[in-house]
Write a protein of this length. Structure first.
Length: 59
């Protein structure tokens, strides 16, 4: 299974609570924080909701 490298590029300060929880559930804590996640439908759905706050690279 392929993986995704997700990097937070924008702050969550002026976002709604749902987006804040989604970013935290992805394992991101602050701007420029990077995590590697599996490429599955659950993660992809979360990334769609916060795509304006993160960058996504396929590994």
């Amino acid at each position: 299974m392929s993986k995704l490298r997700v990097t937070q590029v924008r702050s969550i300060i002026k976002t709604n609570a749902r987006q804040k929880k989604t970013v935290q559930a992805l394992g991101l804590k602050c701007v420029h924080d990077t995590v590697e996640l599996p490429d599955n439908p659950q993660v992809n759905g979360m990334l769609v909701k916060v795509n304006h706050l993160v960058t996504i690279e396929k590994i």
